[in-house]
Design a protein around this ligand. Structure first.
Ligand code: HEC
Ligand code: HEC
Ligand code: HEC
Ligand code: HEC
Ligand code: HEC
Length: 457
């Protein structure tokens, strides 16, 4: 008999535990709000106990009682100018200026804390005017934790954390490079320039035409991407990206933390199409750009969202960085190489050509040795590279080089490693109208200065 009771008791205990977990997960905003006031009342009561004189104690006791009398209701900020209604303070009650004017609380855990950045953030952007979601993203109107934090399937903008939170700063602050608190998004902008993204992608029409314009990527729905591609993305620890995170920020970041070819494999062996299609031409940046940098670049790209339509009076314009000055024609040429994103295909400072699937590359095995084995053939085709400039520039005269850069080389003229394989995805753009005059002259001066001396015979 005892034994049976014991077993039944255990079953009950487990059931109660599971139930409590479920309740926590689905916690209602009413319970959260009630808990906030209960905790706050307890904190005042505690203060009353340790108060030095009875008058002070009485004040704290009154505050404690008042906290328990607060109505439990939906609390919201109507940020009219910014076109949003944010109910975050329904749960984050300590950030409701009417309930808690100091915006600090004695509570350590979310959602009961006060706001951590009172001096820098709250002072300059009052909650009544700005709300929360303009900086934090998430879904302002929602009143369940998952929906408000944007974890539900139909919401594209999850709560932004760390570097991604800073995407918001750049939406309003122009020339944000020197803005305190926007260091990560400024870093993202620098990395975008440094790695030559602009050689392949444009931003609002300015830049390369090899791939899509990234200026409006923040406003493109993720629906355009096949679930198949999202399912191939891996997290930092090599695990598949959880479905909860199949959102735009993760998709952008994946282009830098995963080898794009691995999740955009296309059809190099023409298994599903008549013609073979090369895998993504986007280079492998996993070695050059680490996770922190990928976060920063993602923040920068997200900051370009135009959908939110922030009114002009909320734009803050700082002085732009002055144009750099150059000591020599070569220095200017090196800057031109960076400015137009030549690094996109020829590597940082031109030192190593990047992948061009099924182009010729160093160390490729003889085609006949790998032809029969699809995996080996794929590996060999993936060894295709764009030219490593210092190795070839020495064969050019100044005039020839000028012509090459002006005319470019169309994809159809790029020699294939495997004649039956796909056309290499990357070509040399014709820079005709874009680089000319002094920029072109100085670019060539610099290129010739990095050329390896050719052996004479
Ligand atoms: C239904 C209640 C509820 C609403 C509404 C809500 N939150 Fe939260 N929030 C929580 C809870 C509970 C936590 C702590 C547990 C967690 O992180 O899920 C939290 C934690 C947070 C954190 C810190 C932890 C983290 O994940 O980074 C931030 C930031 C945050 N919320 C912002 C917001 C913003 C912005 C909104 C409005 C768009 C919002 N919350 C709306 C309940 C809520
Ligand atoms: C002007 C931009 C801005 C606004 C508006 C804003 N916040 Fe924040 N918030 C920040 C920044 C910046 C941080 C610091 C984050 C960090 O250091 O990683 C922060 C931190 C937080 C945290 C702590 C996060 C953590 O991980 O500990 C919470 C919670 C939070 N905010 C909630 C809110 C809520 C709720 C509102 C609206 C009442 C709001 N914020 C309005 C910029 C803002
Ligand atoms: C919706 C627009 C908006 C967003 C989002 C925003 N700010 Fe601001 N910010 C402003 C405006 C407007 C001012 C007031 C400028 C003034 O008073 O001249 C300001 C003032 C400031 C100031 C003080 C003035 C200055 O230029 O130094 C700082 C610092 C600041 N913001 C940092 C941030 C940071 C960091 C973020 C991101 C976490 C951020 N802001 C997000 C609009 C915004
Ligand atoms: C050599 C050319 C090339 C360079 C350099 C390049 N990309 Fe790409 N990128 C592509 C191509 C091609 C695609 C399209 C992917 C596909 O479907 O094959 C792409 C896709 C993307 C996408 C997804 C676009 C969308 O609409 O979903 C992002 C984000 C992206 N690139 C970011 C970057 C960033 C950031 C850099 C610089 C660090 C960069 N790219 C450098 C060629 C390039
Ligand atoms: C989208 C990729 C891409 C970008 C951006 C790019 N190139 Fe190229 N470039 C190539 C490819 C591919 C070739 C090789 C064409 C071939 O096979 O003949 C090439 C060839 C060259 C060559 C001739 C090398 C040789 O092997 O003879 C020079 C010089 C050159 N590029 C300079 C530049 C400069 C300068 C820039 C920036 C203004 C630039 N490239 C930007 C892809 C690119």
């Amino acid at each position: 008999m005892h034994r049976k009771l014991f077993v039944a008791f255990n079953v009950l205990l487990v059931a109660a535990f599971v139930w409590s977990l479920a309740v926590d997960y689905k916690k209602d905003w009413r319970d959260i709000q009630a808990e906030y006031f209960k905790k706050t009342a307890a904190a005042y009561a505690e203060k009353a106990k340790s108060a030095k004189d009875p008058k002070e104690a009485e004040t704290f006791n009154q505050l404690s009682k008042a906290a328990l009398r607060e109505p439990i209701m939906i609390r919201q900020i109507i940020a009219k100018d910014l076109n949003r209604i944010d109910r975050c303070i329904t749960c984050h009650v300590g950030m409701d200026e009417f309930v808690n004017p100091t915006l600090t609380t004695p509570h350590k855990e979310h959602p009961f804390t006060g706001h951590p950045k009172l001096g820098e953030i709250v002072k300059n952007h009052t909650f009544q005017k700005y709300g929360c979601s303009v900086c934090h993203a998430g879904q302002g109107l929602a009143t369940s934790v998952e929906a408000a934090h944007g974890k539900t399937e139909n919401w594209e903008k999850p709560l932004a954390k760390g570097a991604l939170l800073q995407a918001s700063c750049a939406k309003c602050h122009m020339n944000f490079q020197s803005l305190k608190g926007a260091e990560m998004v400024a870093k993202g902008r620098d990395l975008f320039e440094k790695h030559g993204c602009i050689g392949c992608h444009s931003l609002h029409g300015v830049g390369g035409a090899v791939s899509v314009d990234l200026g409006n990527i923040a406003d493109k729905p993720l629906e355009r991407i096949a679930p198949f591609n999202l399912s191939l993305i891996k997290t930092k620890d090599g695990k598949p990206l959880p479905k909860d995170d199949w959102k735009l920020p993760a998709w952008i970041e994946a282009h830098l933390t995963n080898v794009p070819m691995s999740f955009i494999p296309n059809d190099p062996h023409a298994q599903y199409n008549k013609e073979p299609i090369a895998p993504s031409g986007m280079p492998d940046f996993t070695q050059e750009i680490k996770h922190e940098g990928a976060d920063a670049i993602t923040a920068y790209l997200l900051s370009m969202s135009e959908e939110e339509n922030i009114p002009h009076k909320y734009h803050v314009i700082r002085e732009a960085k002055p144009e750099p000055k150059f000591a020599s024609a070569g220095d200017h040429g090196k800057f031109v190489f960076k400015k137009y994103g030549c690094a996109a295909c020829h590597g940082l400072e031109g030192v190593a050509g990047r992948r061009n699937y099924n182009a010729m590359g160093a160390g490729q095995p003889a085609l006949d040795d790998v032809k029969a084995d699809k995996a080996k053939l794929h590996e060999a085709m993936a060894m295709g590279r764009e030219p490593t400039l210092p190795d070839v520039l020495g064969t050019y005269t100044r005039e020839e080089l000028k012509k090459k850069i002006q005319d470019g080389v169309p994809g159809s003229q790029i020699a294939k490693y495997n004649p039956d394989g796909p056309t290499p995805p990357l070509y040399m753009p014709a820079w005709k109208d874009r680089i000319k005059g002094q920029e072109l002259e100085d670019l060539i001066t610099w290129l010739l200065s990095i050329a390896k001396k050719q052996e004479s015979w």
